[in-house]
Design a protein around this ligand. Structure first.
Ligand SMILES: Cc1ncc(COP(=O)(O)O)c(C=O)c1O
Length: 370
């Protein structure tokens, strides 16, 4: 049996989501919510009901939610209005690649993009940042290291009409995200990190005037073209319902598993380092550097024994490139390429962690010996 420790990439479908989708399919929910006939009206009713529930969860108005095809689209839409000549933008080098490519596009379109410095711990330094930005784009939690960031201080770096965007993809479902009390004006979320379907994302916004559509059309109150992904939207509602019921208990149990994993790992394997161990970080993520081995070989060896973990690095043309996040933290290429991410989630039990811990020392030893 495969054991999957890659929840930060995609969290498997929650039970409530599976059941809800099967029920919706059986009930034939799936017409176009824009159609005026009764099936269309039925779909619309389900869509708006889900929007209301999701809005309640994130403490925003239903009209402040724009459904998209995923977080990358949400991020690109958030950047669109501010990516032009004379625009002053602040971001960081440890953002998701989609933010980094949005920053490159903004630069090509004439924006001035400043990038925060990163300390070796992974913390951000705002020492060189100015105070007149039109747009600030920062993540709440890093997908690779799991480090959490307090974005409040960055608000003071905005100019008078400035807007702050938060990539909340990894934080959603794992930290409290009441939008109305947060210091940001726009926030991106992805369904599949919550245990809902892939291919559904959200951009939550304070004011529609902050959004310039990238696909002009009549859906989503004129903010996006394209028939809404109704089953995807319903799946987010179901996932959030499950999270609401199991939330606190689930989080404590995952934190306990992660902490036990790290404690045992340090005892059983020498020459390892846990990234950001003493810093605020996601309770489900363990980012570990195994000195003296090639991370790709370790991922492959673990995979052969049925353990799915990730390096968090990009694979281009068959070569694993070191993670841009780790390089920005000042790690050498070699250290970055010897680091792995274990991300735990709602479906893990003590036995799963024990199986991993029982196998890992011998596998690491083998890979280290080459
Ligand atoms: C922090 C962060 N932002 C954005 C994304 C992009 O999400 P998606 O691939 O669902 O569009 C991811 C996905 O891994 C992520 O971890």
């Amino acid at each position: 049996m495969n054991l999957y420790f890659d929840h930060n990439a995609t969290s498997p479908l929650r039970q409530r989501v599976r059941e809800g989708i099967i029920r919706a399919l059986k009930e034939g929910i799936g017409a176009n919510p824009s159609s005026v006939h009764r099936e269309g009206r039925k779909a619309k009713k389900h869509l708006e009901n889900a929007r209301q529930n999701i809005a309640k969860h994130f403490s925003c108005a239903p009209s402040q939610i724009l459904f998209t095809s995923g977080a990358c689209e949400s991020i690109r839409i958030a950047w669109e209005k501010y990516s032009h000549t004379n625009s002053k933008i602040l971001t960081s080098p440890i953002e998701h690649s989609c933010v980094l490519s949005s920053a490159k596009k903004a630069q090509r379109q004439g924006s001035q993009v400043d990038v925060l410095k990163v300390l070796s711990s992974g913390a951000l330094s705002d020492s060189a940042a100015k105070h007149d930005y039109d747009f600030i784009s920062l993540q709440k939690a890093n997908n690779e290291t799991g480090l959490l960031y307090d974005l409040s201080p960055y608000r003071s770096h905005l100019g008078p009409k400035g807007v702050m965007f938060c990539d909340a993809v990894q934080a959603a479902g794992k930290t409290e995200l009441s939008f109305s009390t947060k210091p940001y004006d726009l926030m991106a979320i992805a369904g599949h990190k919550l245990g809902a379907l892939s291919g559904i994302g959200m951009l939550i916004f304070k004011d529609a005037s902050m959004i310039e559509p990238i696909l002009e059309g009549s859906q989503e109150r004129g903010l996006r073209a394209g028939t809404e992904n109704l089953l995807g939207i319903l799946s987010v509602d179901y996932a959030l319902q499950e999270l609401k019921e199991s939330g606190e208990k689930e989080q404590q149990s995952i934190r306990q598993l992660r902490d036990d994993f790290e404690k045992e790992l340090k005892q059983r394997i020498s020459d390892i380092e846990i990234t950001g161990e003493q810093l605020p970080r996601l309770y489900n993520t363990s980012h570990v550097q195994f000195r003296g081995l090639d991370g790709e070989s370790l991922v492959t060896a673990l995979d052969l024994e049925g353990f799915c973990v990730s390096m968090g690095s990009a694979c281009s043309s068959g070569t694993i490139e070191p993670s841009h996040v780790l390089l920005a933290m000042g790690m050498s290429r070699k250290s970055a390429l010897s680091s792995l991410r274990f991300s735990f989630g709602w479906n893990h039990r003590q036995e799963d962690i024990e199986k991993l811990l029982d196998s890992l020392p011998a596998i690491v030893d083998r890979v280290r010996k080459g």
